[in-house]
Design a protein around this ligand. Sequence first.
Ligand code: 3PG
Length: 328
Amino acid sequence: RPLDINVELPDDQAAQKIKIGMYFATWWALNVVFNIYNKKVLNAFPYPWLTSTLSLACGSLMMLISWATRIADAPKTDFEFWKTLFPVAVAHTIGHVAATVSMSKVAVSFTHIIKSGEPAFSVLVSKFLLGDTFPLPVYLSLLPIIGGCALSAVTELNFNMTGFMGAMISNLAFVFRNIFSKKGMSGKSVSGMNYYACLSMLSLLILTPFAIAVEGPQMWAAGWQNALAQIGPNFVCQKTLNVKGRYAKWVAAQSIFYHLYNQVSYMSLDQISPLTFSIGNTMKRISVIVSSIIIFHTPVQPVNALGAAIAILGTFLYSQVYSHLHVI
Ligand code: 3PG
């Protein structure tokens, strides 16, 4: 696959850089807001299968309304399109639920530290399942990623195996999602925004029966009563506000921001190479890790932070090695 070959005039290049910069800033900001509201919801109402379903339902509804009111043009799709999208949607669904399950068990920062190991999964899946081979420096660049994530995991104060495994499964699922997406998006006539909209809808169809089977209405009803009891005392200074309304606002915010950040990320994927995308994704995790530690007062030991820093630096090293060796 060709590298980013820039044949534009300097003015166009500057405009393109500003455009991509704006996409990135919007993507990260939306993602930080999503992660904060998602964790607030999960703290009060730890039903990740339901909240994952609601995020997809909200995004699907937003896009159906946009198409019906012609705010956005509906895509022209055929059976072949949906068939190619199916494996992407399966992987997206698994990756989404697994990450949400993880965040319901551990600190947001910990989930994202483990998720910064995604490039390592990408190389290992390509090698062992697809039979791709890479030059030695690529494998060496994985050592700080794996080592940093491992150091962070063993020194995590609130380590939980389900939380750890959820983030690991999410990494694996998103590697497959990216592999399948490449096929689905190359030469496509559907824009990044509509591609993600269709992905949301198909994922929603896949996830709903599983969410009902794993958690289900009875559990949700009991959890809702529990959540109402928990939220009240945290807001004694705002007694006048309706607690149910406040909780519904958190759910709405996490769902809307989930759709928006993913939509912007797919829109930026239209403009940039997968390599630039993965660097952007790692930078995104730094903003999420730092902001969630501040907002949720997550306890962090120096050695734990060192592990996170090594893992993230490792991802940069990996992208540098990748781009210099022209393997992406
Ligand atoms: C999700 O719920 O899908 C995850 O939070 C996704 O994480 P990512 O988009 O940061 O990989």
